[in-house]
Design a binder for this molecule. Structure first.
Ligand SMILES: Nc1ncnc2c1ncn2[C@@H]1O[C@H](COP(=O)(O)OP(=O)(O)OP(=O)(O)O)[C@@H](O)[C@H]1O
Ligand SMILES: [Mg+2]
Length: 280
């Protein structure tokens, strides 16, 4: 049963900047050691992926992914189109066919939990790459939807009010149809809706995609604020420079494998990463 909009359709036309270069696909490295992956997460991972093989139906997209992120850290996945970045997030959340490997939170195996259980019990929320606000509902109704798993609508409304206190810009527009929000406000609403359930881990796919430059900063400010509140963030960002500047940890994913891992700054300083992925 699917209770939130399907992540399957990536129908959004891709801008020129988002086209993969053939050279990017040849960016093959030995990949980081387990020890380095653990070290980047402070040897104390909150979320951990080990040997993940996953895909859709019989098609294998991820061929043995390891990933670790500590509580309160942020991790950004970069890489060419079709590398499997969204599939990593889908797999954490339970939208893919997992053929091998495991996903754990705080040492607890959550690999086989369904998405609702992930949200309710493992406190993981997923902000999808596709625009997922309900355009004909008001801003507040959209926020209430974020609490659909709570015991009662009254609980959801109470939780939504708490979120509104952090987002005056949304609060002012609470009775406005979500379809009339600006791109940046809509993204903010998607993030705010995910916060209604008070997640500890946020999966964010392409927070800045499709946004005008003036709204990109606004969305990253929202993410920075969440980071200050101690949320753990795993994001995918086509604006690789922005994503790596934001994040404690960066991974380069190529053809379903982790080609490289380092601190965000390590990757920003790497000349080859710069040439292939940062438009430098
Ligand atoms: N729901 C699906 N069903 C079947 N195949 C899929 C599905 N979603 C993605 N794929 C395929 O899996 C591969 C990896 O796709 P994925 O969306 O994870 O890439 P990505 O790195 O996020 O790319 P992009 O930068 O374009 O968003 C692609 O070959 C894609 O066609
Ligand atoms: Mg994607």
């Amino acid at each position: 049963m699917r209770t939130i909009p399907s992540p399957d359709a990536e129908q959004r036309p891709r801008g020129l900047a988002a086209q993969a270069l053939p050279e990017q696909g040849r960016f093959v490295k030995e990949g980081p050691s387990r020890a380095r992956i653990a070290e980047l997460a402070g040897n104390s991972p909150l979320l951990r992926i080990d040997g993940l093989v996953a895909g859709y139906g019989k098609m294998e997209v991820l061929h043995g992914i390891d990933l670790q992120v500590g509580a309160g850290q942020s991790l950004c996945l970069i890489g060419p189109n079709g590398a499997g970045k969204s599939t990593v997030l889908h797999s954490i959340y339970g939208f893919t066919n997992i053929m091998a490997g495991s996903v754990t939170v705080n040492g607890r195996d959550i690999t086989r939990l369904d998405p609702n259980e992930k949200l309710r019990n493992a406190r993981i929320a997923y902000i999808l790459q596709d625009n997922s606000v309900f355009p004909d509902m008001t801003v507040e109704e959209n926020l209430w939807m974020g609490g659909f798993l709570m015991e009662s609508p009254a609980h959801a409304k109470g939780a939504a009010e708490k979120v509104f206190e952090h987002y005056p810009r949304l609060k002012e527009r609470r009775r406005q149809r979500a379809g009339t929000l600006s791109g940046g406000e809509r993204r903010m609403l998607e993030i705010a809706r995910a916060l209604v359930m008070e997640p500890q881990i946020l999966l964010v796919d392409e927070p800045s995609i499709g946004l005008e430059p003036r709204y990109i900063g606004m969305v990253f400010e929202v993410l920075e604020d969440l980071q200050r509140q101690g949320k753990t963030i795993v994001m995918v960002e086509q604006n690789a420079k922005k994503g790596l500047q934001f994040s404690d940890i960066g991974y380069v994913l190529v053809s379903g494998e982790i080609a490289m891992a380092g601190t965000g700054d390590d990757l920003l300083r790497d000349p080859e990463v710069g040439r292939l992925f940062l438009g430098a």
